[in-house]
Design a protein around this ligand. Structure first.
Ligand code: PLP
Length: 443
């Protein structure tokens, strides 16, 4: 009997008891390859000795100090490090404890910016269907993940909704990639105009979509177009890189590959690599200066913001990534992983799409490759794949169901940056086996 309210209330998950490198061991001594870093979190793997040593030293020196009294050397150093590597102009940082908190802070910072510059009539956000921005109420409101939102609907603020950039499913056969991108941008502009651009605070989007669609990349020029539209109507662009950021796609921030600078950007998972709960909002001075020159107070705050131990873990993780040149390694190992997935699953009758960037890859399952018919959501193929993968000693992050009319099963693969080619081969091997076994079990 467990007193914890687990995610699924009628079952108690296995206990994880130890972890090292890219493996986690459960209470029965079974070892799993961490093929998704949890949920794209463990970028350095588990038990990294330097991160642990830094953590121990920080706990001995200063475990915690409340930010209404103090800042700390280590949180200042982490902010300096993040700004030194951020897109040009993103030179302010707000620390929180995770991704949802980062989104909440970004939404509130954006709203307060407009209040302080004398545009309080801006109260709306626009976001995309098939998106996930977290589970707190503000984050759920901007998220487009209907099954997560449904039961909380009256509590959620109203958000303008546009199509995701989902080329595999939504680009018409007779449409070029460029025309598809233009169509999406035209829809965004129409939505801005219909809602009244003077009422809109911000456009919120994951640069590369993670949890709802399995490493869905934007088409070339999409985010440049979004940036231009936001500029045209004075709307802030909020990039959610909680999952796809901090090196996962091969550059520290995925927006670098889009050639744009957002006004606000949320980061979390890979920031602390799972060693401590930490997230952050990166902000431009454009957004922060009017507040500091205006009321001088961001109306926000949590007990654990700027937590020194969390900051120490994140700083150590980022310093190891920088020192060991792990971002180029994400690109080279990512190319290896993509080739291995293509080799093993590229012609599989039930694999419709293999996509992603760096060590952030997705596989979409379909009943029929030709017409891309998804599996009946009631079959819960993704759950079968997850269970079978665990039987095979592999952790991957599958998702599925019906999301705003889009039905489909996906698997997200996001191994630690330190995974070797041999590890990646094993991940692909165990995944391919799990997919085949799961398909047999639903026939
Ligand atoms: N934003 C994105 C893009 C995410 O993928 C997630 C979590 O998966 C969140 C926000 C929420 O982060 P957290 O679970 O740390 O609250």
């Amino acid at each position: 009997m467990s007193h914890i309210i687990h995610r699924a209330l009628r079952t108690v998950p296995l206990k994880a008891v130890s972890a090292q490198g890219i493996t986690i061991t459960d209470e029965h001594g079974k070892t799993y390859l961490d093929g998704s870093g949890g949920a794209a979190v463990s970028c350095l793997g588990h038990g990294h000795p330097e991160v642990l040593a830094t953590l121990h030293a920080q706990i001995d020196k200063l475990a915690y100090a409340h930010t209404s009294f103090f800042t700390s050397e280590v949180s200042e150093a982490l902010a300096d490090n993040l700004v030194a590597h951020a897109p040009a102009g993103m030179d302010r940082v707000y620390f929180v404890s995770g991704g949802s908190e980062a989104i909440e802070a970004a939404l509130k910072l954006a709203r307060q910016y407009f209040v302080e510059i004398g545009q309080p009539e801006r109260t709306l956000f626009v976001a995309r269907r098939q998106s996930y921005h977290g589970n707190t109420l503000g984050a759920l409101a901007v998220g487009g993940n209907e099954w997560r939102r449904r039961q909380f609907a009256p509590l959620l603020m109203d958000v303008g909704r546009v199509a995701p950039c989902y080329e595999y499913r939504d680009r018409r056969a007779d449409e070029s990639q460029d025309d598809y991108t233009k169509r999406l941008l035209a829809e965004i502009e129409t939505t801005f105009q219909q809602l009244g651009p003077e009422r809109i605070i911000g456009f919120v989007a994951e640069t590369v979509v993670g949890a709802t669609a399995g490493a869905l990349e934007p088409t070339p020029g999409y985010f440049k177009g979004v940036r231009a539209l936001c500029d045209r109507y004075g709307i802030l662009l909020i990039a959610d890189e909680v999952m796809c950021g901090m090196g996962r796609t091969g550059t520290l921030h995925a927006v670098e590959q889009e050639g744009i600078v957002p006004d606000l950007m949320t980061i979390a998972k890979g920031l602390g690599g799972g060693y401590q709960p930490i997230g952050a909002v990166l902000a431009t001075s454009k957004v922060v200066d009017p507040i500091s020159q205006g009321s001088g107070l961001f109306q926000h705050g949590h007990t654990y913001i700027g937590h020194p131990t969390a900051a120490a873990a994140a700083l150590a993780v980022q310093q190891v990534i920088q020192r060991d040149g792990l971002l180029p390694q994400v690109l080279s190992r990512g190319a290896y992983l993509r080739a291995a997935l293509n080799d093993r699953l590229g012609t599989h009758a039930q694999v419709g799409d293999i996509r992603g960037r760096g060590l952030f890859m997705g596989v979409e399952l379909v009943r029929d490759r030709a017409d891309k018919t998804p599996f009946d959501p009631a079959l819960k193929l993704h759950s079968h794949i997850k269970a079978q993968a665990m039987r095979n000693g592999l952790l991957v992050y599958p998702m599925g169901g019906t999301i705003d009319g889009q039905t489909g099963d996906h698997v997200l693969i996001a191994p630690p940056f330190i995974a070797t080619e041999d590890d990646l081969d094993q991940i692909v091997d165990r995944l391919a086996n799990a997919i085949d076994t799961a398909l047999l079990s639903i026939k």
